[in-house]
Design a protein around this ligand. Structure first.
Ligand SMILES: Nc1ncnc2c1ncn2[C@@H]1O[C@H](COP(=O)(O)OP(=O)(O)O)[C@@H](O)[C@H]1O
Ligand SMILES: [Mg+2]
Length: 297
């Protein structure tokens, strides 16, 4: 290990120790960490994360996106960026978080997870401490952190859902997407005691469609998982203009702000920001990463 790195590590440890002993959490406004997840892949998570980030940053929020989809990480594609480094370089000590983050032209900062999140259980204590310190430095730079978790009930997806302040589940009207969304919430509630979820129904033909999906998920939860609370956040219509934007490696909010999907995404972004004051508890980022590590052991 080089000497500078050694000193950096010591400084980080010091920061963490100070935080534990002297800094009550109310002194600081910590970012709100929101996981966007789904049971099934291809339901629109990455587009939803990207567009919500754009809508929120237009409303003056400082937004950071963590691309934690180990399988099909593609947040960089919808922003037409090519990250050179990923979190793997932070874990190995080659780069700082600051150095791997890329900033979009909207001012949104993206953390490319790459394969860095792939083996959280195998990180040693030093690597965990490095990551904790690096993530702590984000606290000053973000109001909202959106985590694109990837799909399914693989352990990494679950760690991020469990560690975030809030968990938004994306489903479509397809039966498989609905049953997989249910399966995801079931595992989260059984294994991590997560009780609150928010639902976005994507690629709908009408609001009625979306309400039907919400209804069937709510019914199943009422019957089999009584302590889980699902709230309805909104729906996004099926919209070819969103697909056209994807083909241009772009986002519908940039390409066609008057498209129906763009308007829905803006409404949902406002709803999320509006809910902030009333109904969520906010940890800090060390707490967030610590929770990721704890669930990953
Ligand atoms: N509202 C929508 N209307 C039409 N097509 C959509 C919509 N949302 C997503 N898609 C299509 O689904 C594809 C997958 O979306 P993506 O955001 O990559 O999903 P995920 O991240 O869940 O795998 C997109 O490339 C796009 O073609
Ligand atoms: Mg994706």
């Amino acid at each position: 290990m080089d000497q500078a790195k050694g000193l950096r590590d010591i400084a980080k440890t010091d920061v963490l120790a100070r935080r534990k002993t002297h800094m009550p959490s109310h002194e600081k406004q910590y970012p709100r960490v929101i996981a966007v997840t789904s049971g099934k892949g291809g339901v629109g998570k990455t587009n939803i994360v990207g567009n919500l980030a754009v809508a929120m940053s237009r409303k003056g929020m400082q937004v950071v996106i963590i691309d934690a989809d180990v399988g099909l990480a593609n947040i960089d594609i919808v922003f037409n960026l090519r990250p050179e480094y990923t979190l793997r370089h932070v874990i190995s000590g080659e780069k700082t978080l600051e150095e791997i983050m890329i900033t979009t032209r909207h001012g949104i900062r993206i953390i490319p997870g790459g394969s860095g999140f792939a083996n959280l259980t195998r990180l040693n204590e030093g690597q965990k401490l490095t990551l904790l310190g690096e993530f702590e430095s984000l606290a000053d730079q973000a109001d909202i952190i959106l985590v694109d978790t990837g799909a399914g009930i693989s352990s990494n997806v679950l760690y991020f859902n469990a560690a975030s302040d809030e968990c938004i589940v994306i489903a479509t009207t397809e039966p498989t997407s609905i049953t997989d969304a249910y399966a995801m919430m079931k595992v989260m509630s059984k294994e991590y005691k997560t009780r609150y979820f928010k639902l976005i129904v994507n690629m709908t033909e009408s609001e009625k469609d979306a309400k039907r999906v919400f209804g069937s998920l709510s019914n199943a939860l009422d019957k089999f998982l009584k302590d889980v609370v699902l709230t309805y956040l909104g729906h996004i219509p099926f919209d070819r203009r969103l697909q056209k934007a994807v083909q241009k490696r772009s986002l519908v909010l940039d390409e066609a702000p008057d498209a129906a999907a763009a308007k829905s995404l803006e409404t949902i972004a406002s709803a999320i920001l509006h809910q902030e004051k009333s109904d969520h508890t906010r940890g800090n980022l060390t707490f967030f990463m610590n929770k990721v590590f704890q669930t990953a052991t």
